[in-house]
Ligand binder design. Sequence first.
Ligand code: G3I
Length: 476
Amino acid sequence: MTINVSDAGGRHRSPFRTFARRALALGGAGLVSVTGVVALSGSAQAAGSTLGAAAAGSGRYFGTAVAANHLGESGYATTLDTEFNAVTPENEMKWDAVEGTRNTFNFSNADSIVSHAQSKNMKVRGHTLVWHSQLPSWVSGLAATDLRTAMNNHITQVMTHYKGKIYAWDVVNEAFQDGSSGARRSSPFQDKLGDGFIEEAFKTARSVDSAAKLCYNDYNTDGVNAKSNAVYNMVKDFKARGVPIDCVGFQSHFNSNSPVPSDYQANLQRFADLGVDVQITELDIEGSGSAQATNYSNVVKACLAVTRCTGMTVWGIPDKYSWRASGTPLLFDDNYGKKAAYTAVLTALGGSSSGGGTTDPGTGGGTDPGTGTGSKTCTAAYTATQTWQGGFNGQVTITAGSAAITGWSVKVTLGTGQTTTGVWNGTTAWDSTGKVMTVTPSYNGSLAAGASTSFGFTVQANGNTAAPTVSVCTAS
Ligand code: G3I
């Protein structure tokens, strides 16, 4: 099974697309963690409890590709606004989207993403100015002189429109061939303007907006290989000759045939050592469960280990809107439930989820108090284990911290319209609204340090398939 990585910049060609969507969606995982018996309250957005907040803890951003036509979907917008602090328009800034007709610019879809991002204080990565794909036919048909004029005009008009609003631009995208040649990819720009089109694009870009970071972005350059060596040599040459370049984007589209390279971190580091920032720009990893989670975790750790790796962007929010949806490559399932991969990323970033609830203000910004304190602690991680039309089963796994515990308590808040029809391996007490159950052990209260148990429940969705909120775990 191969993902057609040589077409990563092209159409939806992954053979995974031909696979039937799994009937049972594996659901979300959220991790909550607090000390002993502290009564907790506070914001759901406590430091480190979301991807963006956790990444900000090390001065980085955590972004996602966004499609303008999904912004009106509440689950989409809520997840975007809650979890991410950077966006990349997935298609809306591409040449065919903004200048389908020569010198007639349409920024409306891109503008809707940029203004949404600005209203939420999110960074925006501009994607992309010069790319062989999603290029209108009028551009490909131009002769060299006219093409150069059109390229520089496109860069100038688009960057001027967004001047002051873009953190980093992918000035040139995917200009190198796959394979061992290390050659430039054939494209209208390459074929008519030669190698120099890349530096010309960067020089024009710098002249328009000197504040935006200017990136070269590509795929299959994530490890040390002939293609990444070619990009490396170009960047080295640019730095030596003073051609403006500030960053290199590593798209990081992975699956079993294109796995996370073992030298991923080393590759990021060697580029950083040239004096540019590096960014993970289009991360998605096909798979599911713990294997997918581990891969995601390794990517995040690699970025964190490289000082000049300034941020990470995943290529979409829920699996269903991924360019290769059948490979379920993202952090959220189709109902915006947090997958195991989400929890792995959050943990790798140094955060811990409040599950929509709270984080102990005494724990130092959401770091896991279960380690190193010797006090009784526990964490609670939610997973939807089974879904069907009309409902789902949820499971909460309780894990003791660094000390043995003899009891635990977790609150589960149902969403609007939801009811439970059964709870197992836990004892429930409901509040007066009938929406919040406090679950304590039935037989499974005593856990050795680091040991786990779980309880489960069935939810009748009544039209609301959102994951219930699992609040803090309190140990005794
Ligand atoms: O908007 C039209 C719609 O009107 C039409 O009905 C439909 C029919 O096919 O097509 C829609 O456009 C699609 C567009 O996505 C928006 O959904 C295009 O066909 C489709 O080709 C396009 O795919 C995009 C792809 O780039 C194109 O190259 C993916 O969404 C996008 O995720 C993907 O992103 C690229 C990065 O820009 C560069 N790196 C690789 C990455 C993955 O291919």
